[in-house]
Design a protein around this ligand. Structure first.
Ligand SMILES: Nc1ncnc2c1ncn2[C@@H]1O[C@H](COP(=O)(O)OP(=O)(O)O)[C@@H](O)[C@H]1O
Ligand SMILES: [Mg+2]
Length: 206
């Protein structure tokens, strides 16, 4: 069976592609063999991957060059961390083969509008009829704040659905990353983050 391919994409940097790719891949690896493809040559994931502790998780990493060389084995899931660019060789290749694209956005109108071009390009890909599913993922959401009306209309104008699962702004995502770990490795203090990652995974898988 072919792997389910999930890409984290947004032309803008700093919206959570790498953070979500890493934790998502770790959560998927608990379900089945997972390959995390780091397509960002400037990304921190490649450096991380060398020393990160994946413990008993069925997670493998490779960078874009190795991935293209075709050494990857059979995996049930494949997660791609895209570079912060709209287009380019790696991005075209990834979007051309992905089943699902997640577009992380910070929930402010400004950040949302800054992701407009990325959303447009994803809709263009969808128009090619390859069955690509694409969703916004609200990331770094403050616990107390409801989505403003301005944010809601920005989202509506961009024509992509939003995952019901929102990812909170939580120090644990940063501290896990600093230690080369995911929220799945951080015990009780990461329970809430782990819960929301699990909900995100279930939502994406159904
Ligand atoms: N949900 C979150 N809560 C707290 N910090 C986050 C969250 N998501 C991302 N960050 C932090 O925001 C910064 C940018 O995230 P990153 O995943 O590197 O974005 P990108 O890969 O899109 O450039 C990093 O310092 C990361 O630790
Ligand atoms: Mg990144």
């Amino acid at each position: 069976m072919a792997a389910l391919r999930i890409a984290l994409y947004n032309g803008k940097g700093g919206c959570g592609k790498t953070t979500l790719a890493w934790n998502l891949a770790m959560g998927l690896a608990r379900r089945g063999a997972t390959l995390l493809v780091d397509a960002d040559p400037q990304g921190s994931l490649g450096d991380w991957a060398d020393w990160a502790d994946t413990g008993d998780y069925a997670l493998e990493f490779c960078d874009w060059t190795a991935f293209q060389a075709g050494e990857s084995k059979d995996h049930r899931y494949r997660v791609y961390d895209c570079p912060p660019r709209l287009e380019g060789e790696a991005i075209q290749a990834i979007l051309g083969q992905a089943d699902i694209v997640l577009l992380p956005v910070l929930p402010s109108p400004l950040d949302l509008w800054a992701s407009r071009r990325s959303a447009e390009l994803l809709r263009d890909w969808q128009d090619r009829g390859l069955g690509l599913r694409a969703y916004f993922v609200l990331n770094q959401v403050e616990a107390t704040s409801a989505l403003s009306r301005a944010s809601q209309s920005a989202i509506a104008a961009m024509g992509l659905p939003v995952l019901a699962t929102r990812i909170g702004r939580r120090a644990i995502y940063r501290s896990a990353a600093v230690e080369g770990l995911s929220v799945y490795h951080m015990g009780k203090q990461a329970a809430v983050a782990r819960d929301e990652m699990e909900r995100l995974i279930e939502e994406v898988l159904t």
